[in-house]
Design a protein around this ligand. Structure first.
Ligand SMILES: C[S@@+](CC[C@H](N)C(=O)[O-])C[C@H]1O[C@@H](n2cnc3c(N)ncnc32)[C@H](O)[C@@H]1O
Length: 247
């Protein structure tokens, strides 16, 4: 079982998502477990204060270190497991990081969610990684935490119905390794004048695979050419990309 420990002032945010659909099924069948810890429960003062004004002045409130440290120290966790601090200043989350977290030996991660203007800097000493979802600011770390839970859970055996689906997908380990997925179609074959490409309907698996690889290269070239520089491409791939450049 893979354990997610979440430190959040709003643990209820995780209830619906983690009991619904694929993630819910993963929890139910014991492949993953999501436990939330509310720093407010670890306050020792009468008013259960989790935030205070920033030193040096400025707008808003900052999360105090004591309740966060106490919540963290209450968790029964492997001492070497990853601890993720959600922050716009962090490393951008990626499929590669999702794999690293899913494969970590302790089979557990802890995620700290900030709120207000952020978290007292001393809390960063608890973390092994600072993780950002992207170059924008959210009101809290709960959506990043749910995103990480979702992306990592899909890689844990027993969570997805068909394990194959994580192989041949964008950034997967199969046909679309490091690049974007090829277009997908389902029935009907004709819809409002738009047809499913013939190659997908003729049952020639070799031709289908070639078409998918080339379409994936085309989409990646058009939308994320930076990915092509970072992935291993065959001679055939490179020749195909050259034809795209001349169009
Ligand atoms: C309003 S934000 C604080 C932003 C902070 N004052 C700054 O300028 O970087 C509150 C919390 O939301 C979370 N958060 C906001 N944007 C995020 C992002 N892009 N990636 C990860 N976490 C984010 C963090 O946990 C952060 O502590």
């Amino acid at each position: 079982m893979f354990n997610f420990h979440i430190i959040s002032l709003f643990p209820e945010i995780f209830d619906t998502y983690c009991t619904t659909s694929i993630i819910g099924r993963g929890c139910e069948n014991g492949s993953i477990k999501v436990q939330a810890y509310n720093p407010r429960d670890f306050c020792t003062d009468k008013y259960r204060r989790v935030d205070d004004t920033p030193y040096g002045g400025g707008a808003g409130m900052v999360m105090k270190p004591e309740p966060l440290f106490a919540a963290f120290e209450s968790i029964q966790r492997h001492p070497n497991s990853p601890v993720l601090l959600t922050s716009p200043r962090g490393q951008i989350f990626s499929q590669k990081l999702a794999h690293d977290f899913a494969d970590n030996k302790s089979q557990e991660i802890t995620i700290i969610c900030g709120r207000y203007e952020g978290i007292d800097e001393r809390v960063a000493t608890l973390s092994t990684h600072e993780i950002s979802l992207g170059d924008f600011v959210l009101t809290g770390g709960e959506l990043p935490a749910l995103t990480i839970i979702d992306a990592v859970s899909r890689l844990i055996p027993g969570v997805l119905g068909q394990a194959d689906s994580i192989i041949d997908e964008s950034f997967g380990t199969g046909l679309f390794q490091g690049i974007l997925e090829a277009p997908q179609y389902t029935k009907p074959p004709e819809f409002r004048g738009m047809s499913v490409p013939d190659v997908l309907r003729n049952g020639d698996h070799k031709a289908i695979e070639k078409w998918r690889r080339q379409e994936a290269l085309r989409v990646t070239y058009q939308r994320r050419p930076d990915l092509l520089d970072k992935t291993d491409l065959s001679k055939e791939d490179n020749l195909f990309i050259e034809t795209l450049k001349t169009k």
